[in-house]
Design a protein around this ligand. Structure first.
Ligand SMILES: C[S@@+](CC[C@H](N)C(=O)[O-])C[C@H]1O[C@@H](n2cnc3c(N)ncnc32)[C@H](O)[C@@H]1O
Length: 183
């Protein structure tokens, strides 16, 4: 855990402050009932801050204390939680909206479904393993989805959006799976 924290702290300290929210968050979050939100692996907080500014009470969870420190006091309804998602368990039935953007931990799939309150929304977007270009996305293949994997994992939800698409990430091509589902 300590090694991961140091690695991510180094990365986040070199990055500029949070930018605009992810496109999928800007597009779908307004359709969720404003209430309690969880941002899984929130990074520099662009999405967590956007939700707080739009009426949600947000818990932003990340392993990087350096990243969280940069926005922990940016909004009264934003709560920074420094935790390792290798072991952190998500409270059941608690959230009206859960974000999981550019992060993959399969042990959380079932917990995410259980953590949604009835009618709660999940917005999930991350990299898929590119069949012909292994240089796309994170170097560790465990952090890459397989085709259709996200869709199958969240079939217990009512899927309102699912797409596998080529996007551009920091000027580089990336194959992404995007899903929005409602419990
Ligand atoms: C690619 S960044 C994505 C950040 C943010 N969701 C976004 O879209 O801007 C991945 C994030 O996962 C966090 N992370 C990596 N491993 C983690 C772990 N085991 N527990 C909690 N957070 C972790 C990193 O600190 C980093 O902020």
């Amino acid at each position: 855990m300590k090694k991961d924290r140091l690695k991510w702290n180094r990365r986040h300290m070199q990055r500029p402050a949070a930018e605009d929210p992810s496109k999928i968050v800007a597009e779908y979050a307004s359709l969720a009932e404003p209430g309690r939100a969880l941002d899984i692996a929130a990074g520099l907080g662009k999405n967590a801050l956007y939700l707080a500014q739009n009426g949600f009470t947000v818990e932003a969870v990340d392993i990087s204390d350096a990243a969280l420190a940069r926005y922990a006091h940016a909004h009264p309804n934003l709560f920074a939680v420094c935790a390792d998602l290798d072991t952190f368990d998500i409270a059941p039935g608690r959230y009206d909206l859960i974000l999981n953007i550019r992060f993959l931990h399969r042990r959380l799939f079932h917990q995410i479904i259980d953590a949604l309150a009835p009618g709660g929304m999940l917005i999930f977007e991350t990299w898929i393993r590119h069949p012909e270009d292994p240089s796309q996305g994170p170097a560790c293949k465990d952090y890459l989805l397989r085709e259709n994997e996200l869709l199958h994992a969240f079939l217990p939800l009512r899927i309102v959006h699912y797409r596998e698409s080529h996007q551009v990430e920091g000027g580089r091509p990336a194959l992404m799976a995007s899903l929005v589902g409602i419990r």
